[in-house]
Design a binder for this molecule. Structure first.
Ligand code: FMN
Length: 185
């Protein structure tokens, strides 16, 4: 079983999404046994931004190939300025590729990557579950939209939120997210 583990936080050792994504991978290792794990730190080693010339680059081909080869993809995703980090968006720009991960037909778009399991470890500074917060939430919604578009309709999303609202809430949110990670099968 091949696992692709991605992180995209810029906060190094203090990153919550990194801690939770690592716990998810560790739990997968316990639950599923022998795993072949590929890791990429998009935060410190971001893919190039999309350009016309970049479409044909070997980097673009490698990113797509690595995604297509994975059975399980674990994504550490922080909220920065109400969305996902530009580094992670750039990675998605390389995997939403017509004819590879989706195609348009008579009935509209059809996702081609539906066989994959995707687990997202999301960390947000504030709270976004009430109606007011939901209008500012462009991380989980954006990730679900992009994944759904390529056929991954039900990603597993573990959320730690309120991280920036105080040390007590930070600890509580991390503890709850790590407990969710420990339940991954
Ligand atoms: C550059 C930057 C931008 C941020 N923007 C937001 C934001 O728009 N909304 C929010 O709720 N939290 C925001 N935060 C707080 C992060 O979501 C929070 O620190 C979270 O833990 C990030 O995940 P990480 O710890 O894995 O980096 C921001 C943090 C940073 C460093």
């Amino acid at each position: 079983m091949k696992v692709l583990h991605l992180d995209s936080s810029i906060q190094g050792e203090n990153s919550v999404s990194r801690a939770v994504s690592a716990a998810v991978v560790e739990q997968l290792r316990r639950a599923q046994g022998d795993l072949e794990i590929a890791y990429r730190d998009l935060g410190s080693s971001p893919p190039a931004h999309l350009t016309l010339a970049g479409f044909g680059s070997s980097e673009a081909a490698d990113i797509l190939e690595q995604f297509l080869a994975a059975d399980i993809v674990v994504i550490g995703a922080p909220m920065y300025n109400f969305g996902i980090p530009t580094q992670l968006k750039s990675w998605f720009d390389h995997i939403l590729i017509s004819g590879k991960t989706f195609r348009y037909g008579a009935n509209g778009a059809e996702g081609l990557a539906g066989a994959k399991r995707v687990i997202v470890a999301l960390a947000r500074g504030g709270f976004y579950t009430d109606a007011a917060g939901a209008t500012m939430e462009h991380t989980e919604t954006h990730l679900r939209a992009m994944l759904g578009f390529i056929g991954i309709a039900n990603p597993e999303v573990i959320i730690a939120e309120g991280i920036a609202t105080g040390p007590e809430q930070r600890d509580k949110a991390i503890e709850a997210a790590l407990a969710d990670a420990a339940r991954v099968g």
